[in-house]
Ligand binder design. Structure first.
Ligand code: PEP
Length: 262
């Protein structure tokens, strides 16, 4: 497989609920230090917990690291106990937002309909959505992975306008059986699913628009050792990384390995 995309890969760190506020701030400072020598050569987003977001923007200055959130609500304000407004995210400097992560779909009952509303809201507020899709092990074993992922993409984007201007919409293919298990999808499996996603996007929009505004990522047990194989996948535009993003030295070497391969 050869690389065709001229775009610089995006690497997204999903810190989930793994770190405290001070810990997050310390790790970002350390990561910034580790990436000093490769400034201008990577594109990376860090998504800490909501309560760690404030103050993070200041700490990211002097690096290429951008700020992301792990979720967003679909309305701007109102009686929605516990939810976080896209306006508040913008206020603290957030530029990217993960939407429809499988942990939210599976553990918190997030539906395709909710995911779709969140994508529309994010785009409306100038936040770059990172839409997560992916099948369970059971769905793959039954040969339904392509149908499931196609349905997730279609439902999420059905009512969403395409990103405007230079904005992008990222779709992260994250097979649920690969998340946090150490059992990453093979480059061939990832490649096939990237093609399914690309074709779904082309069916929804048009080839030139997809080329210009849509990007695909792979996520699921990506680490500093295996990341290079995904960089070589045709449709690869980056990676969504959980566990391997938590330690600054590991995440920095993952980014460095992408730079070497790309
Ligand atoms: C994730 O949860 O988005 C993820 C990719 O996790 P991990 O890298 O730990 O599999």
């Amino acid at each position: 497989m050869t690389r065709r995309s001229p775009h610089q890969p995006l690497v997204v760190a999903n810190w989930k609920m793994q770190l405290g506020v001070e810990e997050s701030h310390e790790r970002i400072t350390e990561l910034k230090q580790q990436l000093k020598t490769v400034r201008g050569r990577y594109q990376a987003v860090v998504c800490p917990s909501f309560v760690s977001l404030d103050g993070m923007k200041k700490l990211l200055r002097g690096s290429d690291l951008l700020l992301g959130a792990q979720d967003v609500f679909w309305d701007d304000r109102g009686a929605y106990t516990g939810e976080v407004s896209p306006m508040n995210l913008r206020e603290v400097g957030v530029e990217y937002v993960i939407i429809g992560h499988s942990e939210r779909r599976q553990l918190l009952g997030e539906t395709d309909e909710m995911v779709s509303r969140k994508v529309v809201s994010a785009l409306g507020h100038g936040l770059t959505p990172i839409l997560c899709v992916g099948e369970t092990a059971h769905e793959r074993n039954e040969g339904r992975h392509e149908v499931v992922v196609r349905r997730q993409v279609m439902s999420a984007l059905r009512t969403a306008p395409p990103p405007t201007g230079h904005n992008k919409l990222y779709i992260a293919y994250e097979p649920i059986w690969a998340i946090g298990t150490g059992e990453a999808a093979s480059a061939e499996q990832a490649c096939m699913m990237h093609q399914v996603i690309q074709q779904t996007l082309i069916d929804l929009y048009s080839f030139p628009l997809v080329e210009q505004s849509y990007r695909t990522l792979y996520g699921g047990s990506v680490d500093e050792k295996n990341v290079s194989q995904y960089v070589r996948v045709d449709a690869f535009h980056g990676a969504l990384v959980g566990t391997a993003s938590l330690k600054p030295e590991t995440f920095a070497s993952l980014i460095t390995n992408i730079i070497k391969t790309f």
